[in-house]
Design a protein around this ligand. Structure first.
Ligand code: PAF
Length: 288
């Protein structure tokens, strides 16, 4: 196994990537904000197994511009040493952990303006500045690391759609891959924010996934979308969540579900002070 390298600067990152590319190696990037869990490790394994990358970079940067002032930037879990241990065990080649000054030097003044899936009236309704921050940092990570492939979790489904669209629209030479969400045995999607849940709220949290599964079965059986969604919304609210949305959308562009060829069900809800999001694939309704 190669020793894990920690790069703190763009120059150091690029020197390693250049040497690998010179040797004809395929490079994968897994962008993260740290607080790594088994879902992140699965992304690094996917990078090697399915994306055939000989070299895997994990970036760790808690990106301030994707947090609104009232959000959890300052208390977002930071576990760098434990993260590095996990990535060493996972056989990752390089951790790119730039400082805020590297990413946002004095006078930084450029942001990517988004349309399409970034304005789908889902996360953007509750976090209006979030995706501009995500897209800008991911574009920077792509141009800094110049990976052949980048792997993202489908748990942040709208984020994945925004990044895929941005990459295509800006002709960034990176293949963007979305990987299936990793779940606890009771269905809760793995998330760095799950550490915020009290024991009581942790016990309730799988309601989001079980409700989405129940909705999926009814939709696939041909029931009307809106009545299924209404039932799902009240199940989530009755369980004690403050629901932000439960929506069925076109899986490709997050537009209306009515004439979609592929469907996706997406949810966001708050329990106590923690906001959880999740989504699942929904088979097209059986035709009568
Ligand atoms: O999904 C995340 O952890 C972040 O939004 C990302 C893609 C690393 C950008 O900061």
């Amino acid at each position: 196994m190669n020793a894990l390298v920690i790069a703190r600067t763009i120059a150091d990152l690029r020197a390693h990537v250049a040497a690998w590319k010179q040797a004809g190696e395929r490079v994968a990037l897994v962008p993260t904000m740290g607080a790594l869990h088994a879902g992140h490790i699965a992304l690094t394994q996917h990078a090697r197994a399915h994306s055939k990358a000989q070299r895997v970079i994990v970036s760790i940067f808690v990106n301030p511009t994707q947090f609104a002032p009232h959000e959890d930037f300052s208390k977002y879990p930071r576990t760098f040493e434990a993260d590095v241990e996990k990535l060493t065990a996972a056989g990752v080649d390089l951790v790119y952990a730039p400082t805020a000054e590297q990413m946002y030097p004095q006078g930084f003044a450029t942001t990517i303006a988004l349309n399409g899936p970034a304005l789908a009236d889902l996360e953007d309704r509750f976090r209006p500045t979030h995706f501009a921050g995500v897209a800008t940092i991911v574009a920077k990570l792509f141009t800094q690391a110049m990976p052949d492939v980048a792997i993202f979790g489908q748990k942040d489904y709208q984020q994945l759609a925004v990044i895929a669209r941005m990459t295509r629209d800006l002709d960034l030479p990176v293949q963007v891959i979305g990987m299936e969400t990793v779940r606890e045995s009771d269905g809760l999607a793995l998330s760095s924010r799950n550490v915020y849940l009290s024991a009581e709220h942790r016990a309730l949290a799988p309601v989001l996934h079980t409700t989405m599964q129940a909705c999926t079965q009814r939709i696939a059986a041909g029931e009307a979308f809106e009545s299924v969604l209404d039932a799902g919304r009240s199940a989530i609210t009755k369980a004690g969540f403050a629901l932000d949305y439960l929506e069925l959308r076109d899986a490709d562009n997050l537009g209306a579900a009515d004439s979609a060829q592929k469907l996706r069900l997406l949810v966001a809800a708050r329990i106590g002070a923690t906001r959880l999001i999740d989504n699942i694939d929904v088979p097209l309704p059986r035709r009568a």
